[in-house]
Each structure stands twice: as structure tokens, then as C-alpha cells.
Design a protein around this ligand. Structure first.
Ligand SMILES: [Mn+2]
Length: 331
């Protein structure tokens, strides 16, 4: 069983490498949530293709967040939906995205029918590609890409190594959360030997908290609500809190990760209103499988970190100071 798994992984890495070499006009797609793992993974492979003379566009559905704007090859990222109008596109690769609907909404706009390669590590990935290199339990998609380089005997450049290290650091919270294993530490040390700029990486991810972000942390800490029967700890952030302080998704995740480490509760929930009028629930646990709860509510993620969206809802604080989710009235 173990050998079968290893062979399949190796076979797919070689197959994906062949597809990349053969493709004349590949396009990469980053996850809707533009984080260090999806960007680091896509840009590392973009860097490899650039060394072969192929400049691949990396489509991002929103501008690259400021902390990633100094990543190597970030100039290849584009928010221009017109990239999909090109009839010569013959290969699409998605990175770190478990949501097939999101990816297909772009692939459908391509006049031709290119091969779709899905590279990911989310438990909830529904294998929406023609080729699916989905390694459940891998610490990061950047780790899957590290293995891609290794299996195909490609030496990552300094830039590619830096990109991959960003992905590994991001998903493991700089090697502190439960995704951290010996494989990821080994990969990280190899990447440092290859010239990855580790200080830049950590600084860009963790040491640049803005005053505004800390204010939002303050609000979140103030509103902590414990349910001792369910074993949950929740906190709540409204659109008003977020817009006023211009915080990013990463900064909100920082709150979840921080609370998950310091407080003993079975499940930690951070609920926040989205700009589209929904409520996003992000869950963390050190002991429970929260991906099951996420999936049951139409969301996705990992065993220890997952989330879902409650459509058309708002967060309301009652007279007793307790927060709750309220569905909006449909007129
Ligand atoms: Mn990831």
C-alpha cells in the first residue's frame, strides 16, 4: 500500500513535468485566498518554467497582498481575466485550491479545452482536475512542489527556493503548528542550503503587524465567548471592525492561530462578516477533525484548520453582550 502510494506520487510528478515541458501556453491559477502557500507554490514553478524560456501568467482573483509583493516573480501575477480569452492556452495548473467550482469558473472561459492539473494538499479537495496531485496530509502545497522538484531532479534556483520556503513557513506557522513534521523540516533545511532567504520570509510573514491589525486583535480578544457544553471558544468581527482597520485575511488567521495555541478549548471559531454580506466561520482545533464540520456546512479545509460560509447573514451583539449569527430577511 505504501509503495503503491509512493509510486503514484512519483508517476504524477513526472507526468506533470512532461505536461509542463510540452505546453506552449500554460496558465497558473492561485487559490481564491491568496496566501503564502498558493503564491509560493505557483511562483516556484513559474520560476522553473522561466529558466526554460516560458513566461507563464499566474492568475490571482484579487491583487497580491502587500506582504507578498516582494516575492520573486510576483510580476508574473495578473488579475486580468482576459488571460483566459487566449485560445492557444493548452495547460492550466491550480495550486493549493480545494474548490473545483472556483477553478472551473475560469477554465470555462478558455475557448479551447486545455488539460487541468490540480496540485493541492487539502483533505476536502474533490479532485476536479484531469490530473490530480492531491497529497492529503502534506504540510503545504509548497511541500508537494518541493517533492515535484526532487522527483524530477530539478535544482530550484535561489528564488524558487525562497518561494517554496514562504509556502512551508506560511502553512506551518513557521514550523510551530500541527502540520509540522520531519519531512517539512528536512525540506526547509534543503531550501536554506539552496539559498532561500529565510529571514526575509519570516519577517514578511510574522514580524510586520500593523497597529490597525493589533486593534482588531484587541476587539477579537474582548469578545471571546466560551461554550463549555460544546467545548468551543468563539469570537466575532463585523464588517465595520474590518473595513475601518483594513486588515487582511492573513491577519485574521493570525488571530485564530494565536488563540488556538494559547487557549484550551476543543474548537476555536472566528466569525467575521464578509464584504458580500455573508458570515465566514474559520475553525481551528488541536484535537478535533474540523474539516468534517466545514464540509457538512459546504466549506472545506484541513483536519485541524477549516472553514465555511453562512450565506446572507450578519453578526449581532445582544443586550446581554452575547454575539450571535442572524440570517438576513429576504425581501
Ligand atoms: Mn496550503
Amino acid at each position: 500500500m505504501l509503495f503503491g502510494y509512493l509510486n503514484m506520487e512519483t508517476y504524477l510528478h513526472r507526468h506533470i513535468h512532461d505536461l509542463l515541458l510540452k505546453a506552449d501556453h500554460p496558465v497558473f491559477i492561485a487559490d481564491e485566498r491568496i496566501d503564502g502557500d498558493t503564491l509560493g507554490s505557483a511562483l516556484a514553478v513559474a520560476d522553473y518554467l522561466a529558466s526554460l524560456g516560458k513566461k507563464v501568467p499566474v492568475f490571482v482573483s484579487a491583487p497580491v497582498p502587500v506582504q507578498y509583493q516582494r516575492l520573486p516573480r510576483v510580476s508574473q501575477c495578473t488579475t486580468d481575466i482576459q488571460v483566459f480569452a487566449d485560445p492557444s492556452i493548452d495547460l492550466v495548473v491550480s495550486f493549493d485550491c480545494s474548490d473545483g467550482k472556483f477553478i472551473h469558473s475560469f477554465v470555462e472561459q478558455i475557448p479551447a479545452r486545455p488539460t487541468l492539473v490540480n496540485i493541492d494538499h487539502h483533505t476536502t479537495n474533490d479532485r476536479y482536475g484531469d490530473v490530480n496531485q492531491v497529497i492529503d496530509g502534506a504540510p503545504a502545497t509548497a511541500y508537494v512542489i518541493y517533492r515535484f522538484f526532487e522527483v524530477n531532479r530539478i535544482l530550484p534556483s535561489k528564488d524558487a527556493a525562497t518561494c517554496l520556503l514562504v509556502g512551508l513557513c506560511f502553512d506551518t506557522m513557521a514550523f510551530t503548528n500541527s502540520a509540522t513534521n520531519d519531512g517539512v523540516l528536512e525540506a526547509a533545511s534543503q531550501l536554506v542550503l539552496l539559498g532561500a532567504r529565510v529571514q526575509d520570509v519570516i519577517r514578511s510573514l510574522y514580524q510586520n503587524r500593523s497597529i490597525a491589525a493589533l486593534r482588531v486583535w484587541g476587539l477579537a480578544l474582548e469578545r471571546l465567548q466560551e461554550d463549555s457544553v460544546q467545548g468551543t471558544l468563539s469570537t466575532f468581527l463585523t464588517r465595520n471592525d474590518l473595513d475601518g482597520n483594513q486588515v487582511t485575511d492573513d491577519e485574521i488567521d493570525g488571530i485564530s492561530n494565536f488563540l488556538n495555541i494559547v487557549i484550551e478549548s476543543k474548537i476555536l471559531l472566528v466569525l467575521r462578516e464578509t464584504p458580500l454580506g455573508d458570515v465566514k466561520v474559520s475553525m481551528r482545533s488541536l484535537t478535533q477533525d474540523v474539516s468534517v464540520i466545514a464540509k457538512a456546512n459546504g466549506g472545506g479545509g484541513h483536519v485541524r484548520a477549516a472553514g465555511y460560509t453562512i450565506p446572507r447573514a450578519v453578526l449581532v451583539c445582544g443586550d446581554n453582550g452575547c454575539w450571535r449569527v442572524e440570517k438576513k430577511q429576504i425581501n
